[in-house]
Design a protein around this ligand. Structure first.
Ligand code: TYM
Length: 339
């Protein structure tokens, strides 16, 4: 079992990142250990330069993201935690895979369409080839399980297509160069929605801070954001079917379920008939209970820059070792002479 996943250091990490991905990094690091496997989690700093960015901010948020991940429970004695820029094999393999990835495949990526918007001519080349780097990220370590939210599913399907074509074109069937990775998407929190609009994803790039709970928010801010979350005037229904046309209510109930470990029907068995005046404070308290210790730990760790640098240096050394053999095989399979 090989667990591999990445997270971009742009903006502040939020509840969607936590429930959709980070929580599963923590769970899978133990599963991998129990199965004699390995877990690799990285800060996708190379991906972050695909959009306009401030270099000083990028540097700081990379280190702060290390603090966040450790505060959330990633244990560097179980997980290889690093940033892409310290492991040149990621960028190298991206180039090698660029000969295999097809323009048509990349043109269909919805994230490219969304992020480039109407200004496609002005989008960076990196934004277009971004999914090839993402494929390199996971294929480099022969990933079997990739914990992500649903928004990354299409990129992982592309990674499988690239791996399959590369294996077909350059390797024998019984000795493939790359393992085909499987996305690991949590059914209960695949897509956490904005607190201001239940039809759009909770996102770092939403201009309204009220649309998301940041993992660095204090208890008062969390309670305020939950209480101000958009809802409709109806009380909660007795069962899941009653949430169908109520995206905001559905999102809040899903978040409650994800935090409490209960199914949507179980949450509604408890709160069906209750109004949001009752449900929202209960939800806010549940969030604070889990997130407060994380925030406290984050605040301690973020100040210890030496520790954060050391974590990254150690992780990168291990990642460089572990990625070497696959990178060499990919060069050799392509017929490239390296001496
Ligand atoms: P990023 O940085 O946007 O998000 C990190 C992780 O959080 C998940 N996520 C969500 N899950 C549920 N609901 C939401 N509202 C929500 N918002 C974000 C994302 O699905 C992701 O798992 N391209 C990736 C980073 C990346 C990567 C990789 C991931 C680079 N290389 C290799 C996996 C494997 C990204 O931008 O994620």
């Amino acid at each position: 079992m090989r667990v591999v996943s990445g997270i971009q250091p742009t903006g502040k990490p939020h509840l969607g990142n936590y429930l959709g991905a980070i929580r599963n990094y923590v769970k899978l690091q133990d599963d991998a250990l129990a199965a004699n496997g390995e877990c690799f989690i990285f800060i996708a700093d190379l991906h972050a330069i695909s959009m306009p960015h401030d270099p000083v901010e990028l540097h700081n948020s990379t280190l702060e993201l290390v603090a966040t991940l450790v505060a959330c429970g990633l244990d560097t004695s179980k997980t290889v935690l690093f940033n892409q820029a310290q492991v040149p094999a990621h960028a190298e393999l991206q180039w090698l895979l660029s000969g295999t990835a097809r323009m048509g495949w990349l043109s269909r990526m919805t994230q490219f369409k969304d992020k480039s918007g109407k200004n496609r001519e002005g989008a960076s080349i990196a934004l277009f080839t971004y999914p090839v780097l993402q494929a390199a990220d996971v294929l480099l370590y022969q990933a079997t399980h990739v914990p992500v939210g649903e928004d990354q599913k299409q990129h992982l399907e592309l990674a499988r297509d690239i791996a399959q074509k590369f294996n077909n074109d350059f390797a024998s069937e019984d000795d493939p160069v790359f393992t085909l990775p499987e996305p690991y998407i949590p059914p209960e929190a695949a897509r956490i929605m904005s607190l201001r609009d239940g039809t759009s994803k909770m996102s770092k790039s939403d201009p309204s801070d009220m649309s998301r709970i940041n993992l660095s928010d204090d208890a008062d801010t969390i309670m305020k954001k939950v209480k101000k979350a958009k809802t409709d005037p109806e009380p909660l229904p007795p069962e899941a079917a009653g949430l169908e046309d109520r995206p905001e209510a559905k999102n809040l109930v899903a978040i409650y379920g994800a935090f409490s470990g209960k199914s949507v029907d179980e949450v509604l068995a408890e709160y069906g008939g209750a109004g949001f005046g009752t449900f929202k404070p209960a939800l806010g308290e549940l969030m604070v209970e889990t997130l407060s210790p994380i925030t406290a730990r984050f605040n301690e760790l973020r100040a210890d820059r030496e520790l954060l640098d050391a974590i990254l240096a150690r992780g990168a050394a291990r990642a460089r070792d572990m990625s070497g053999p696959t990178l060499s095989r990919a060069y050799a399979a392509l017929g490239l002479v390296r001496g």
